[in-house]
Write a protein that binds this ligand. Structure first.
Ligand code: CP
Length: 358
């Protein structure tokens, strides 16, 4: 197995994401990631293994005996949650996933409360965390920092796995895992995800969840992707290039109603104005036609699902919240289970949990 010790940062950083994958895998050859940095690390087989493990963990956790067993699985491990961007769901679901597996956690949620306030670099902060913890779960506004630190730590004296919980406008791989898990569960008794049509709507330019999920959907057979957004916020060229390269059917549109009629899943996203170059820039864009409400609900297929990585503003009306097709609350909870599955796998406990007697 190739590892990050066997490649210079210069070479590694220039590789296409798909070619980076072998350097990030666990060294025992089971194919699971050691470092989790981007969606291109997951193929269909790995997704199926993770979904199966997430289902297994949620089943085991239903009984007190099972929950106590799970709490012992990684009781010898500690994880650091280093979030230098705001988060509710990603932080809390990773925390809950660690708790399910018995992992002790530490956290920094605001650089102002760490020695970064005194001028310490993010790199030095992360190196510091690796002295005390066995895994670093990190969210950063800085694209590429998780990759750089995965390489640095692997080449240092405290190699610990990095789990990317959101990096700049670039990637949010564990969100994409929970999105796929939600789709798989939603369609498991209805013929599966293959052949479905998924619409992405909103700020597709700056939404890292869109880039990561769009890639994972390419691992399914014949899934069509429709991108609905105002021209200023349309899906970026690098995402389209991947779809073209893989021969995936896609459509660029500004007609949400037409897309809703054709879709099995509608994935709404928030306008990500925290990335505005100039304050108030996004508010000048007309987003009024890119919202999901009662009219869209009325034309949505009976067995389709509405998804959203959350948080939302007004892009999904609260009038949709109690519709059985509104999947966003369950989607959020699915995050805890799939993240528990991923963390257990990173530490090499997939087989033990799958085969345990509970
Ligand atoms: N979906 C998501 O990343 O939510 P948070 O920002 O609340 O973590």
């Amino acid at each position: 197995m190739a590892g990050l010790k066997e490649i210079s940062w210069e070479r590694f950083s220039k590789l296409p994401a798909a070619e980076k994958r072998p350097y990030l895998e666990r060294q025992d050859g089971d194919g699971m990631p050691y470092h989790t940095l981007f969606a291109q690390q997951f193929d269909r087989a790995l997704l199926e293994r993770l979904c199966a493990l997430a289902n297994r963990i949620r089943f085991i956790n239903k009984s007190k005996e099972g929950a106590l067993y799970l709490k012992g699985v990684l009781a010898h491990k500690r994880a650091m949650l280093y979030f230098s961007q705001p988060s509710s769901r990603t932080f809390l679901s990773h925390l809950a996933a660690c708790q399910i597996l018995g992992i002790t956690t530490g956290s920094v949620r605001d650089a102002a409360t760490s020695s970064e306030f005194k001028g310490e670099s993010r790199e030095d902060s992360i190196r510091t965390f690796s002295s005390y913890f066995d895994m670093i779960i990190m969210r950063s506004p800085e694209q590429g920092l998780a990759d750089k630190m995965a390489w640095e730590l692997s080449n240092g004296d405290r190699p610990v796995p990095i789990l990317n919980a959101g990096s700049g406008k670039d990637q949010h791989p564990t969100q994409a895992l929970l999105d796929v898990y939600t789709l798989v569960r939603s369609f498991e008794s209805k013929g599966g995800v293959d052949g479905r049509t998924v619409t992405f709507c909103g700020d597709l330019l700056r939404g890292r969840t869109v880039r990561s999920l769009s890639y994972l959907l390419t691992t399914f057979r014949d899934v069509k992707q429709i991108f609905v957004a105002p021209p200023e916020l349309q899906v970026p060229e690098d995402v389209v290039a991947i779809l073209k390269g893989k021969g995936v059917r896609y459509e660029i549109s500004d007609d949400l109603r037409a897309a809703v009629r054709a879709s099995d899943a509608v994935y709404m996203t928030r306008i990500q104005d925290e990335w505005d170059a100039a304050k108030g820039e996004s508010s000048k864009i007309d987003t009024s036609r890119f919202k999901f409400g009662a009219d869209e609900l009325a034309i949505l297929k009976p067995d389709a699902v509405i998804m959203h990585p959350l948080p939302r503003r007004d892009e999904i009306s609260t009038c949709c919240d109690n519709d059985p097709r509104a999947m966003y609350w369950r989607q959020m909870r699915n995050g805890m289970w799939i993240r528990a599955a991923l963390i257990a796998s990173v530490f090499g406990f997939e087989r033990e949990i799958m085969d345990c007697g509970y």
